[in-house]
Design a protein around this ligand. Sequence first.
Ligand SMILES: [Zn+2]
Length: 426
Amino acid sequence: MKYCKICVYPENAKPTILFDNEGICSGCKNFFRQKKFDWNKRYKNLEELIEKYKFISKKNKQDYDCIIPVSGGKDSHYQAHIAIKKFKLKPLFVTYNHCFNTQLGLRNLNNLVKVFDADLIRFTSSIQKVRKISKFMLKKTGDLTWHYHTGIFSYPFQVAKEKKIPLMIWGEPGYAINTGVYTLDDYPEYTKWVRDEYQMRGFKLSDLINNKKSLIKDHDLHPFKFPRTEDLEKIGVRGIYLGSYLEWDHLKIVKQMVSEYNFKLFEGIRERTFSSFHKIDDHANDIHDYLKYLKFGYGRGTDHASAEVRYGRMTRNEAVKIVNKYDNVKPKSLSFYLKFLRITEKEFYKYVESMRDKKIWKKIGDNKYVKKFNVKKNNYQSNIKLDKKNYTFSKKNRRFFNLNKKQKFKYDDNLINDIKGQFRIL
Ligand SMILES: [Zn+2]
C-alpha cells in the first residue's frame, strides 16, 4: 500500500486516487495546480453567468432567481453569502431532512434562514422509511447514510422542475476534490451522472425495491427520484459549483461565517476528527466515517489532516500522528445506531466483512482484522512552506481545530453528541 509523500492518503482512497511516479497523489497534484488558476478570471466568469440567470428570472417573472441546496453547514452559509450578499440574488433554499440532526445542526439551519432572510423548503422522510433504507443500504453497501446523500443531491432537482427554476448553486464538488478524481479546469457541474455515480454508490432505485427482504416500497423513495432529463432540459436546469469559480479554503470560509453570520462551531472534543466545523449537523457521521475505516482502512483524520498539510498549516509528520489518533476509533454512538437499526454488533461487523479491502486488511480470527499497512513518516521534501501564522494548532485556530485541550465552552457537548433517542423530524 502506497501513501502519498505529501499528504497522508493511501492509494486505495475513494473516489479513485492516482499516484504519479514520484509517489504524489492526484488530490495533491490538483490542489497545487489549482493554486495557480487565474481566480479573478473565474470570478468574472461567475459574474457573467449570474447576470445571465438574473435576466432570465426577470424575464420569466420568477419569484426566485435560483435554488441553493442547503444543510445548514458552513458551506450553506457561504453559498448564501455569495448569492445574496455578493450577487443580490433571491434564492430559494431547499433541504432534505434525513432525521439524523444534531441540535447544533438544527440551530445552524435556523440561523441560515434567519440571517439571510430567505425562504426554505424542507422535505422530511418518515423515520420508519429512514430506518428501512438505512438498514438495507448498510447491508448492501456498508453505508447507513445513503438516504442522506441521495436525498440532498436529488430532491432539489424536483423543486427546480416544479418551480421552473433553472439555476442551482452548489458549494464545492466535495467528492472530487480530496482525491482529485476530477479537475476544476473544465468547470464541472452537478448532473444526474454525478449523482448516480458518487451519491448513490452505483445503485439504482429499482435495486432497493426489487428485493423481497428490503420491505422498501416505491413511494418510500420519492425524495430520491431524479426528474426526467427532458423535463429538466426544457427548463434548462443546471447545477453549478461555486468551488469552480472561487478558491475554497474551508478554514477561511468558516472563520468568515462565524464572524459575519453567527455560524456556530462544535465546541468540544470529537471522537473521529480534530475539526470543529466539518459535518457537525448529523450525528450518524461518526458511524458513516467508521464504516469507511472498516472498509478501506482510513477515515476523516486522513481527510482533514491531508487538507491541512496541503495548505501548509500542518506538517506531514503531524498528520501521521492525527491519522493514528483518530482513524481507528470506534465511535460511542455505534450502540445507539445498532438499537435504531435493530441489529446486533455482530451483525453489523458481519455486514461489513465482505466489503473490507483485502489490500489493507488481514483476517486473523473470527471477525478479527489487522491492518497490513500504516501511514508512516517519510523524508520527502515537498515545496510546501509551513504557514506558521496560520498553523492548524495555533492558539488562534484552537476553536476550529481542537485536539484535546480542555477549554471552557459556552455550549455543551450535547449539542453534537445528542443521540438520546433523537431522530428529529422537526
Ligand atoms: Zn497527496
